[in-house]
Design a protein around this ligand. Structure first.
Ligand SMILES: Nc1ncnc2c1ncn2[C@@H]1O[C@H](COP(=O)(O)OP(=O)(O)OP(=O)(O)O)[C@@H](O)[C@H]1O
Ligand SMILES: [Mg+2]
Length: 411
């Protein structure tokens, strides 16, 4: 082939590969085209394309050309070896002595396939994502054009992989959210159905055991047993009440209120508990707070839940900081509740808003699930930042609603 026709064939292959990358949405199809076309135009024995699977931390063969099943299943390749190869993205590695190259993990098997030389091309954008390895049956030289061709194919290939991975990540996150919402609503329906049924017999048990305990001799085993029944029944009633609150998803009754006043009132309710545990509260409520439309009772319940969680997370003599602020530009008000307590480990952080998730022996695990529902019903947002051993910060924010939008918001 003359150099002109060679150049033309590179150009055509590059054009086909790039066209495929931008027009085909199936990643597998694009990868197959990359390995077959590259193998063909470079007169290679074959090519293998591996992509790093972040979940298993393994480089998986995602496309191959020119090799049979036997060679492809010769054994696993070490992630460390491949990562060390990929440390210099954008560089083409030519391996001439395959039997003595540390980066070749199965030299004998590769030699037996008739391979005498290889070219490695890392796939990376910001971080290593994979590798294209091209195999040749004899030693040969590469012109600058050929090396540029390989680099260009690898660069475009890396872009396509990143784009597809981004779409896949978003899809996974969306599916996760959709499942969570579905779980929440079916749980809500189920809870509403059974909570009433259980609430009535519990009221009966509580009534009769309280009456009985007044009639039995004081200090005896009978009284002790009855007091346990009463305590446990009351606990069941608290759980049921929590479930009802969670399921009811009451429509907020919006009135114009100052969020600082709601916080002051919530602090007044929990004050004694804090005092008993010698836990300090530091307040920094905004002096320029504007009033916004909220359901006072529901938001007070959210603040009480967050304050009690903070109290339960700190040691005696811990510190809980409460702040509020107005973001006039974004038309939002913020409230922050921070503690210097035990913090939340990453795997729990994902689950704290799930109903019934609790790490406390006596917790119902409904506090945050109910709070989340209330805040979302107010078109607000609740975020959490936590560092195990350092503390936790909850940020609750609500939109500042102009008076005229109140009716549309409530409808
Ligand atoms: N400030 C915090 N610091 C550390 N962990 C927290 C904090 N707030 C919540 N958590 C974690 O989130 C879990 C769920 O909290 P949630 O308020 O929903 O339930 P709970 O406090 O366990 O029980 P309940 O509120 O029903 O008494 C807690 O068990 C705890 O593990
Ligand atoms: Mg709680």
């Amino acid at each position: 082939m003359t150099s002109t026709t060679k150049f033309e064939s590179y150009f055509h292959v590059l054009r086909d590969v790039i066209r495929a990358m931008h027009s085909i949405t199936d990643l597998q199809e694009v990868l197959d085209i990359v390995v077959t076309k590259t193998t063909g135009v470079l007169d290679a024995r074959g090519a293998l394309l591996r992509i790093l699977n972040k979940e298993t931390n393994q480089f998986e063969v995602r496309a191959a050309c020119g090799f049979g099943e036997r060679y492809l299943t010769k054994g696993p390749v070490s992630t460390e070896t491949l990562l060390s190869i990929l440390s210099e993205p954008g560089k083409v590695y030519i391996i001439r002595d395959i039997r003595n190259a540390p980066r070749v993990e199965y030299p004998q098997e590769t030699w037996n396939e008739g391979v005498r030389m290889m070219v490695d091309m890392p796939l990376a954008i910001r971080e290593p994502m994979g590798l294209i390895r091209i195999y040749f049956t004899q030693q040969r030289e590469f012109s600058d054009d050929e090396l540029d061709f390989i680099k260009t194919v690898a660069m475009h290939c890396a872009c396509v992989i990143e784009r597809v991975q981004l779409i896949e990540n978003q899809q996974t996150r969306f599916n996760h959210l959709a499942t969570q919402m579905e779980k929440r609503s079916s749980l809500g329906r189920m809870a509403a159905g059974i909570a009433h049924e259980i609430n009535n017999p519990l009221t009966g048990i509580l009534l009769y055991s309280s009456n009985l305990s007044k009639k039995v001799p004081k200090g005896g085993r009978l009284e002790e047993g009855l007091s346990i029944i009463i305590k446990e029944t009351q606990r069941c009633k608290t759980i049921i009440q929590g479930l009802l609150d969670f399921a009811r998803e009451q429509k907020p009754e919006m009135t114009p209120v100052d969020i600082n006043d709601i916080m002051e009132s919530a602090l007044g309710i929990v004050e004694n508990e804090f005092h008993l545990r010698h836990v300090r509260i530091k307040k920094a409520l905004s002096e320029d707070m504007v009033s916004t439309f909220l359901d006072e009772n529901q938001i007070e319940q959210v603040f009480i839940n967050l304050l009690l969680n903070a109290l339960q997370a700190v040691d005696d003599r811990g510190l809980v900081t409460v702040q509020s602020a107005v973001d006039g530009k974004a038309r939002r008000v913020h409230v922050e509740i921070a503690d210097n307590g035990c913090g939340i480990v990453a795997e729990n952080l994902k689950r704290i808003f799930e109903p019934f998730f609790s790490t406390k022996g006596d917790g119902t695990g409904l506090g945050l699930a109910v709070s989340y529902g209330i805040v979302r019903n107010h078109k607000g947002n609740i975020q959490v930042f936590s560092e195990p051993g350092q503390g936790t910060l909850f940020v609750v924010e609500f939109p500042i609603l102009p008076t005229k939008s109140l009716e549309s918001h409530q409808s």
